[in-house]
Design a protein around this ligand. Structure first.
Ligand SMILES: N[C@@H](CCC(=O)N[C@@H](CS)C(=O)NCC(=O)O)C(=O)O
Length: 204
């Protein structure tokens, strides 16, 4: 197996799904975390100037979704069927958008009061609730999001719901099938172990 090094900031952000996939697949990797104080200097020598990067035997792969898809293939979490694989991609992109749309507001220059208002009145209503409704309906009578076995789409949605619960647990709890699906993934032994041992008290 190649040697893997994931380089990301000391946060969950866009690196966490890759970590979940590697953990689930029992694929050894180095989890290198860059502190924000080191970043201005490191950015100058980082290919593309953005993180995450996955070094595969020393050669960098960029873009979080390309990295996660690669890791998912190695872990056996992508469907063979072309259309099913595309539905996986669609759910994974939706899961990513849940995070990036939220981080964009949280990291803006607005006051905390304005951010809180925008998160509750714009983000929750226009971004989060439509996704929760869709996934809740889908999971009413299914075990997994796509097909009849677990895929990286299940990990991606559960990973994003994990983050949503930190900020909007009152909203997520109104969607029992979403919450149950997320919990099922988070109770998988490898994911449970990772969530227990990963660095705590990080804002993102
Ligand atoms: N589309 C890219 C976005 C990468 C990105 O914007 N990374 C942010 C952190 S989440 C970053 O490197 N920010 C620091 C910078 O731009 O200097 C991906 O999905 O990997």
């Amino acid at each position: 197996m190649p040697e893997y090094k994931l380089v990301y900031f000391n946060g969950r952000g866009l690196g966490e799904l890759v970590r979940w996939i590697f953990q689930y697949g029992d694929i050894p990797f180095t989890d290198e975390r860059v502190e924000m104080s080191e970043w201005p200097e490191k950015k100058k020598v980082t290919p593309g100037g953005k993180l995450p990067l996955l070094y595969i035997d020393g050669k960098p792969l960029w873009q979080s979704m390309a990295i996660a898809r690669y890791a998912a293939k190695v872990a056996g979490l992508t469907p063979d069927d072309t259309l099913e694989a595309c539905y996986c991609d669609a759910f994974v992109e939706t899961a990513k958008e849940l995070l990036t749309d939220m981080y964009k507001i949280m990291l803006s220059d607005k006051s905390q009061e304005e951010k809180d208002k925008e998160l509750r009145e714009e983000y929750v209503v226009k971004t989060l609730v439509p996704v929760l409704e869709k996934v809740n309906k889908r999971m009413e009578n299914r075990q997994w999001l796509i097909g009849d076995k677990m895929t990286w789409a299940d990990l991606a949605i559960s990973r994003s719901i994990d983050e949503m619960v930190l900020h909007f647990s009152d909203v997520v709890s109104k969607y029992p099938h979403v919450a149950a699906h997320a919990e099922k993934i988070q109770q998988l032994p490898k994911i449970k172990e990772w969530r227990a041992k990963r660095p705590k008290n990080l804002p993102f």
